[in-house]
Design a protein around this ligand. Sequence first.
Ligand code: NAD
Length: 283
Amino acid sequence: MAELLSGKPIALKIKEELRRELARIPGKPKLVAVQIGKDKTSDLYLSKQKKEAMLLGIDHDVLTLSPSVSQEEAIRAIKGLNEDAGVTSIILEMPVPKIIDAKSLICAIDPIKDAECMHPANIGRILFGDEAIGPCTPMAVMELIKSSGADLYGKEAVCIGHSDIVGKPLALMLLNKFATTSICHIATAERGMLKDYVNRAEVLVVAVGKPALIKGSWIKKGAIVVDVGINKEGDKIVGDVEFEEASKRASFITPVPGGVGPLTTAMLMKNIVYLFKRQREKQ
Ligand code: NAD
């Protein structure tokens, strides 16, 4: 039976370290979340964010823009936050209304205030092997893999899902550790190749958003399995991997919920503290 890779204890440890670090620095960070219109999922994420920030003594504010705001107005609002010395971190809450181009708003965030590490200048640093900050979910995945004690050097790592926020940056992070990395996506599945890739994965990370997409019987014996997927099934939350069956073959597996999720917010806090320190050093 696989050992569980739980996110909570690691998250608690990271937040404790951040608390100690912040106690040594004068002043405190301030995060502003930019929300365009209202959205239930984003409200939930916001309240989680706010709770975690406040527990660490990080100020948290929400700038709510009208759903009919223009692209130019939204960019102006973000630039205003860039110029406000009291704001040390900015997040653009997703989703944004369809008429808004989220990518150009992300590009408007000053990289030194980019809490989610989505600005191309920050993502690009990962390409150079600089992971001082990183997109929160891939960083959480890497922490979970690290906690298994596995050495990634030369290992067959397979990411299922190639989104900008999870799969693509995660693949770079795995490459930075010299894992032999493959990325699969919808086209891999359409060619009927998913099972073959899963079969050979010594480290498997799945971030798709489809319950039971990955059959337990496909998992390589002894594999490390990180399930990023969040799916609602009735009143239950499940991942993308058939958990029971996969647990019989894997050596380590993340629970859903309780695996990647709790660590993601801790990683956000880590980025916020890092950016705050960098800004203090520049003063
Ligand atoms: P996305 O929709 O942006 O990307 C989905 C990816 O899955 C794409 O690469 C797509 O090509 C691929 N895909 C779709 N169908 C597939 C199939 N049948 N076979 C193989 N690949 C397929 O999603 P995302 O934003 O990266 O999120 C993925 C999942 O992870 C969602 O369930 C989301 O809720 C979850 N998520 C969790 C956290 C967390 O903190 N735990 C954070 C982000 C996302």
